[in-house]
Design a protein around this ligand. Structure first.
Ligand code: DOR
Ligand code: ZN
Length: 343
């Protein structure tokens, strides 16, 4: 196969950041993807519908000419999120749901949730109004090893949450473990998961063997190979519960290559070719389209795109560095070859 034409994909988990960097991040995604769920972990966080509307306008202002990219805004759930905000979100066509960051779990999560069970009335309203909850599933307490944080979050918080609210529409974001795959598979069709390219293509050896690789450092952290293999199985299984979500998370090179580096892989410049690389490795390129362009839209209740994109099998090297408004940035997979490129 030398060409692959698929329905235009969507990115169901994306960080665009704000300010002058939008001039780089918005086109990088909009040139390939039709829609993206835009994460709200700005400073200050996007906690209200009004803030999300204003942020959406700043994003739209950076769309390339004649591009119809649609940002779908996630609101940042806090311990103070009110039922009014849930109702306002349910009524707003540009807001897709709420993002739950456990406080301290990752970049700009300080304002996140400290007591999941204390938000039960909010979750009840979300279930009733069918407003999706997007979850960063990691506990943050010092007694839990960083490699166990996803599993413990599922056992401690997610299973009980789904028992209390069996109709809650829930996306477990950027899953990294066999435990997460099993949890999602054990639930009804209202529970799904996104999977990033780095968690499909890499495991923790790629982070730590032969030296620390800061550009492969993201959260939840890459896990051992057995977990990677289970994610790979789930992604090609044809189950509609697993779909694309790059978690492309740009940080300046100076913030990654430093004594205390930021978490996040800037995968947007190569996102679709990275997934194509994975599906080709699995001999399952025919499964790419549903994963990238179908199951996410189906889950969230959007029509699949009416447009197409074409990938060609012409190897190319991901740039070592890309220049952005906040300085040089090292994209994920920098300097390495990919077999597919977007035509
Ligand atoms: O690696 C990550 N980077 N994981 C997250 O959850 C957040 C993201 C970011 O915003 O940089
Ligand atoms: Zn993220």
């Amino acid at each position: 196969m030398t060409e692959l034409t698929i329905t235009t994909p969507d990115d169901w988990h994306l960080h665009l950041r704000d300010g002058e960097l939008l001039a780089n991040t918005v086109p990088a995604t909009a040139e390939v993807f039709g829609r993206a769920v835009v994460m709200p972990n700005l400073v200050p966080p996007v906690t209200s519908v009004e803030q999300a509307e204003a942020y959406r306008q700043r994003i739209l202002a950076q769309r390339p000419p004649e591009n119809n990219f649609q940002p779908l805004m996630a609101l940042y759930l806090t311990q103070n999120t009110s039922l009014e905000t849930v109702r306002a979100a349910a009524q707003n066509p540009h807001v897709i749901g709420f993002k739950l960051y456990p406080s301290g779990a990752t970049t700009n999560s300080d304002a996140g949730v400290t007591d999941v069970d204390g938000l039960d009335n909010v979750f009840a309203a979300m279930a009733e109004l069918q407003v999706p909850l997007l979850v960063h599933g990691e506990v943050t307490t010092a007694d839990i090893d960083i490699f166990d944080r996803e599993k413990v979050f599922i056992d401690r918080h997610l299973r009980p949450l789904m028992q209390r609210h069996p109709n809650l529409k829930l996306v477990l974001e950027h899953i990294t473990t066999a435990d997460a795959v099993a949890f999602v598979e054990s639930q009804g069709s209202n529970v799904a998961a996104t999977i990033t390219p780095q968690h499909l293509l890499m495991n923790r050896n790629d982070l730590l063997v032969g030296g620390v690789r800061p550009h492969n450092y993201c959260l939840p952290i890459l896990k051992r190979r057995d977990h990677q293999l289970e994610l790979r199985r789930a992604a090609v299984s044809g189950s509609p519960k697993f779909f694309i979500g790059t978690d492309s998370a740009p940080h300046a090179q100076s913030k990654k290559e430093t004594a205390c580096g930021c978490a996040g892989c800037y995968s947007a410049p190569a996102a679709l070719p990275l997934y194509a690389e994975f599906f080709e490795q699995m001999n399952a390129l025919e499964k790419l389209e549903d994963f990238a362009s179908g199951f996410g839209a189906d889950f969230y209740g959007y029509p699949r795109a009416a447009t197409k994109v074409t990938l060609v099998r012409e190897p190319w090297r991901v740039p070592e560095v890309v220049s952005t408004a906040v300085g040089p940035m090292v994209p994920y997979w920098a300097g390495n070859l990919l077999n597919w490129q977007v035509k």
